[in-house]
Design a protein around this ligand. Structure first.
Ligand SMILES: Cc1cc2nc3c(=O)[nH]c(=O)nc-3n(C[C@H](O)[C@H](O)[C@H](O)COP(=O)(O)OP(=O)(O)OC[C@H]3O[C@@H](n4cnc5c(N)ncnc54)[C@H](O)[C@@H]3O)c2cc1C
Length: 391
C-alpha cells in the first residue's frame, strides 16, 4: 500500500514518521516544508510526556517554568509551573519532525497539491509538476485546507482569528492576559531568540483583535519596531459541529487542524495534531481499508474528541460567564492566588493532565476546601476548623 500525506506540518510529518517506520510506503507532500507557521509554539507536559523526543533533543527551544496570569479586576498572579511548557519556533519544530520522517524512510516532496481525484480504489493527486498516485490519503493541510471535499468543513463560526508579532527580545516567563468581552486571550511566549506575542478571539474581526493587541503591547513596553506580523486561522468548533465533523471518508482520514482538532478554550493544537496523526497511523496499520473511517472516528472520540466537544460547550461560559458576580477568568485568578487546592487544579490544567470531562466533578469535590482556604487567606482562619483547611 502506498499512503500519500498531504501537508507536512506537525500532524503530517508525525504520521509520515509513524507509517514509514512501520514499513508502509509513504510519500509526504508539502508546498513549503519547514516554515515559520504563525503559532505560539508551546507544547504542554501532556505532549512531551506522550512523545518524550519532543523534550529530549538538542534542538533550539525554551523550557519555561513560570506563567503570569492577568485579568481585568483581578490583577496578576504568578504561577510556578510544576510541569514546564516547552516552546519551539515553528520552523524548528516542523524541521525536526520532517527530519524524523525522512530518517524513518518517508519520501518527501516540496510541491502544492492542487486537487485530489478518486481513481478506482485509489487516488490521483494533481500538482503543478504532474500527478502522484496513492492507495490512501491522510489530509494534513491545516486550518486553511484547500481540498474542499476532505477534512472538516469549517464555517466562520467554527474558527477564531489568531494574530500577533514575533518580537525581538527575551523573557523567562509566559504571560497570559484575559480581556473584557473577549472569547480568547493575549499571550507572550518566549522562544529561542525572540518572543511570540499574539491574540486569539472568536467572533471578533481581526482588525479589532490587532488593535487590542497593539494597545497591550504599548502598555507593556513591547516594541513593534523590527517585529514581524503574523496571522492565521484557528479551528474552534461549535459544539454541534463536533457531531458531524468530517474527519474521515472513503479512502482518506484527516488529522490535526484539517480535522478541526484544537482545544476550543486554550487554542492548543500541536498535541492534538500529533495525537491524531498517531491514531490515524495506528488505524491504517491495524484495520482493513474499508473499516478505517469508523475505526478512526471511534478512536478519536474515545481518546480526546469527546473532551474537546465538551470544551466547546464550556468556552462561552468560561469567557463570558459570571461566578459569584465576577467574570470567570477573574475569579479563576483570585482563587488560584488564595487557594492551594485550586492552584493544584490549575497546575493540572496547564500541564494538560486535567481534562474537561473530569473538571466539573473535581471542582465540585474541592469547592468546600477551596472556599475555606479563600476565607482563611482573608484572615477568617479562626472561623475555619483546622481539619477543613487540611481537607
Ligand atoms: C497564532 C496561533 C498560535 C498558536 N499557538 C499554539 C501553541 O502555542 N500551542 C499549540 O499547541 N498550538 C498552537 N496553535 C495551533 C497549532 O498551530 C496548530 O494546531 C498546528 O499547527 C496544527 O498542525 P497541522 O500539521 O495540522 O497543520 P499546519 O501546521 O497548519 O500544517 C499544514 C501544512 O500543510 C501544508 N499545505 C496546506 N495546503 C497544502 C497543499 N494544497 N499542498 C501541499 N501542502 C499544503 C502547509 O504548507 C503546512 O505546512 C496556534 C495556532 C495559531 C494560528
Amino acid at each position: 500500500m502506498k499512503v500519500a500525506i498531504l501537508g507536512g506540518g506537525p500532524s503530517g510529518a508525525f504520521a509520515a514518521e509513524r507509517l514509514a517506520s512501520a514499513g508502509v510506503r509513504t510519500i509526504l507532500i508539502d508546498e513549503k516544508l519547514a516554515w515559520e507557521k504563525p503559532c505560539g509554539g508551546g507544547l504542554t507536559y501532556k505532549a512531551y510526556n506522550e512523545y518524550p523526543f519532543l523534550l529530549h533533543n538538542d534542538k533550539p527551544k525554551r523550557i519555561i517554568r513560570e506563567t503570569v496570569l492577568t485579568a481585568p479586576k483581578a490583577g496578576s498572579f504568578t504561577l510556578q509551573l510544576r510541569d514546564p511548557l516547552v516552546i519551539y519556533s515553528r520552523y524548528e519544530l516542523n524541521n525536526f519532525l520532517l527530519e524524523r520522517a525522512d530518517q524513518a524512510g518517508a519520501q518527501i516532496e516540496k510541491i502544492r497539491v492542487t486537487q485530489m481525484e478518486r481513481a478506482g480504489h485509489g487516488w490521483k493527486l494533481h500538482t503543478k509538476a504532474g500527478s502522484i498516485d496513492a492507495d490512501f490519503c491522510l489530509v494534513a493541510t491545516g486550518a486553511r485546507n484547500p481540498l474542499r471535499d476532505t477534512g472538516t468543513a469549517l464555517t466562520p463560526n467554527d474558527t477564531m482569528s489568531a494574530l500577533g508579532y514575533f518580537v525581538p527580545g527575551n523573557r523567562e516567563r509566559i504571560d497570559i492576559q484575559f480581556l473584557d468581552r473577549l472569547e480568547g486571550y493575549i499571550w507572550v511566549f518566549p522562544r529561542a531568540g525572540h518572543m511570540s506575542v499574539g491574540i486569539c478571539g472568536k467572533g471578533v474581526p481581526a482588525c479589532e483583535l490587532r488593535k487590542r493587541l497593539e494597545f497591550y503591547m504599548e502598555e507593556q513596553g513591547l516594541r513593534r519596531e523590527g517585529a514581524t506580523f503574523y496571522s492565521h486561522l484557528l479551528p474552534c468548533l461549535e459544539s454541534h459541529a463536533w457531531k458531524k465533523n468530517r474527519v474521515a471518508g472513503d479512502g482518506w482520514m484527516a488529522v490535526g487542524d484539517a480535522a478541526g482538532l484544537v482545544d476550543p478554550i486554550t487554542g492548543e493544537g500541536l498535541y492534538y495534531a500529533m495525537r491524531s496523526a498517531d491514531l490515524a497511523s495506528r488505524t491504517l496499520l491495524n484495520e482493513a481499508l474499508e473499516r478505517t473511517e469508523q475505526a478512526y472516528r471511534r478512536l478519536l472520540r474515545r481518546d480526546f474528541a469527546a473532551d474537546l466537544e465538551l470544551g466547546s460547550r464550556l468556552a462561552q461560559r468560561f469567557f463570558h460567564g459570571k461566578y459569584l458576580f465576577g467574570a470567570v477568568p477573574a475569579r479563576m485568578i483570585q482563587f488560584t492566588r488564595r487557594s492551594p487546592t485550586f492552584r493544584a487544579i490549575m497546575q493540572d490544567l496547564f500541564s494538560g493532565t486535567q481534562n474537561y470531562i473530569g473538571l466539573k466533578g473535581r471542582l465540585l469535590r474541592n469547592l468546600h476546601g477551596s472556599l475555606f482556604e479563600i476565607l482563611g487567606s482573608f484572615g477568617f482562619s479562626r472561623l475555619v476548623p483546622r481539619k477543613d483547611i487540611a481537607a
